[in-house]
Design a protein around this ligand. Structure first.
Ligand code: COA
Length: 532
């Protein structure tokens, strides 16, 4: 295979300033990640420990195979909202007894682990990832159930958690609940719906209603243990399959359950001993300009990401704003679509369409590296059928059945987001680099469009146009859209699965590819390859 040759000048001024900007963005990311790790803060963490309980991240650490990596998802969920960064729940993909699993762990230090609308979206996304990639699920349960003041936004969609857990079981994807504490009302259905339930002695509380509610409803006097303790559920109701002496015992039992699932991945194994890239992934920081309007060559990223820097480019002389080609990452074959100079023209759209069809013919997963300002506008392009060509690409992306992995490297604007397998097109996993922007269009363009529309409207109605008010409005809109395009804002709303360090791109892709290979990897069959 042809080996990519890097032209990156690591001694240039641009390299140094790009790198400084990326490191600054990574510092900001670290600051926010620290908030997610801190959860409810020192006071609640201390109270939790004084009760003899482990923090959720320590539960996770004990659960995972020693020294195995964990791909945390949606770590900045709820960023910039009234809720705690991370949304009171920890989710991700990790290895338990040799089995890649989705782990969903409540953080009881944040409002008793209660679930707010962002925790719900994060939990549902984790369950969707489990279903589409056929990954077993382990729940680390300790939650006050619904965040009661926000119940209006929660109650109806939260039913989907029950639905997803049940559906996973029907798909023969194992589900496990390790119950460390409160699991009442809706929460009681988590151990209720899972294939396996482990309850911790004198800690687990699994009931539809606690003693006060029972007293109110029926007048009956009761206590936590007789209503929902581990001993009662293990000896009497049978809801508990395993009685755990303490938290560590519950985690041991969870690992033992996973070891006995007789789990086999359905996708093909990766090629053994993949070569590392020939260029240092650390240099990615120096090649990405902070201004999304300044293009960079994605081959430089690929030279630092794919096995042996081997990249077999498809149609290199045609539709050159989009780079397409074949490579492998950690031994998994992939097809890559990467934006180069931002705009997608008809040629790029047709090239992408053919390439996606080819990947489906050969059951090859696709990696989309986004840096796009969308499809080209203008008379010549409209007359040339850009709408039809963009539609071809979106059709191919929609109906492609091989796993898609998407990374927003720098920008994802307009329908380019759709054509490059954005969130609405069900990539199996989707990440962004910390400086990446995402919106319907750039902030300045959007504010400018609003100004032109306002001016035209005033003219049509014979009204005078207030230039000062327009300037102020334009500036305000631009600032708003700029803030809403920010990677933290986007990830907070679960429009991707997390922000990753650009230097970790190869690792993140490798872990993601390994995870998607739990499921069968098969392309769409039917029409074959349309030559555009
Ligand atoms: N919704 C919103 N906030 C909640 C909450 C919920 N379901 N459960 C707890 N919180 C808040 C508390 O108000 C408290 O806030 P504060 O510290 O600002 O006063 C904080 O979370 C910690 O709660 P606390 O009761 O001190 O923690 P705990 O560890 O002693 O007990 C629970 C945790 C979950 C057992 C207990 O809070 C509880 O029973 N909550 C209600 C459970 C419930 O009935 N949920 C409805 C399910 S549909």
């Amino acid at each position: 295979m042809p080996v990519l040759k890097s032209l990156l000048d690591t001694s240039s001024q641009a390299y140094a300033s790009n790198r400084a900007a990326q490191l600054a963005a990574l510092d900001q990311l670290d600051e926010q990640l620290a908030k997610a790790v801190a959860g409810g803060g020192e006071r609640y963490a201390q109270r939790h420990r004084e009760r003899g309980k482990l923090p959720v991240r320590e539960r996770l650490e004990l659960l995972l195979d020693p020294d195995s990596p964990f791909l945390e998802l949606s770590a900045l969920a709820a960023w910039g909202t009234e809720f705690t960064v991370g949304a009171s729940v920890l989710t991700g993909i990790g290895v338990v007894s040799g089995v890649e699993c989705v782990v969903i762990g409540h953080d009881p230090t944040v409002r008793g682990g209660a679930m707010n609308p962002f925790s719900l979206r994060k939990t549902l996304r984790a369950l969707e990832i489990a279903r589409t990639n056929r990954l077993p699920v382990i729940n680390l349960v300790e939650s006050g159930g619904a965040d009661l003041p926000t119940q209006a936004d929660l109650f109806v969609p939260a039913g989907r958690i029950f639905h997803e857990l049940t559906e996973l079981s029907s798909l023969a994807i194992p589900t496990v609940a390790l119950v460390f504490g409160n699991s009442t009302a809706g929460g009681a259905y988590v151990p209720g719906m899972c294939d396996y339930a482990v309850l911790v002695d004198r800690r687990a509380k699994v009931f539809l209603g606690g003693p006060p509610l029972v007293k109110m409803a029926t007048g009956e006097e009761s206590d936590d243990e007789s209503l929902g303790g581990a001993e009662m559920h293990s000896r009497v109701s049978g809801l508990s399959d395993y009685f755990a002496a303490d938290e560590r015992d519950a985690i041991r039992l969870g690992r033992a359950i996973m070891a006995r699932t007789n789990w086999r991945k359905l996708g093909p194994a990766p090629a053994p001993d993949p070569e590392p890239p020939r260029y240092d992934p650390d240099e990615i920081l120096g090649l990405v300009p902070p201004d999304p309007k300044v293009p960079f060559d994605p081959r430089e990223v690929l030279a630092r990401t794919v096995d042996g820097s081997d990249f077999d480019e498809y149609k290199p002389l045609y539709g050159t704003s989009l780079v397409t080609g074949w490579a492998s990452v950690h031994g998994y074959p992939v097809g890559v679509l990467a934006n180069h100079r931002g705009v997608l023209f008809s040629e790029e759209a047709k090239k992408a369409t053919e390439f996606i069809l080819l990947a489906n013919q050969t059951d090859t997963p696709l990696v989309f590296l986004q840096n796009t300002t969308g499809y080209m506008v203008g008379k010549d392009y409209e007359q040339g059928g850009i709408v039809k060509d963009g539609a071809k690409m979106i059709n191919a992306v929609t109906n492609s059945a091989v796993p898609h992995l998407t990374i927003n490297m720098a920008s994802s604007f307009g329908a380019g987001n759709y054509g490059m397998s954005g969130r609405a097109f069900d990539p199996r996993l989707m990440f962004a680099w910390p400086g990446a922007k995402l919106a319907v269009m750039g902030a300045a363009q959007l504010a400018g469009v609003m100004s032109i529309v306002g001016r035209a409207s005033a003219t049509a109605q014979g009204r005078p146009f207030d230039e000062d008010a327009d300037r102020a409005r334009t500036a305000a809109i631009e600032a708003q859209i700029e803030a809403e395009s920010h990677a933290f804002f986007v990830t907070a709303r679960l429009y991707d699965d997390g922000i990753v360090d650009p230097r970790d791109t190869r690792t993140v892709l490798g872990m993601s590819l390994s995870a998607v290979h739990s499921q069968r990897v098969a392309g769409r069959r039917g029409f074959g390859v349309f030559r555009m």
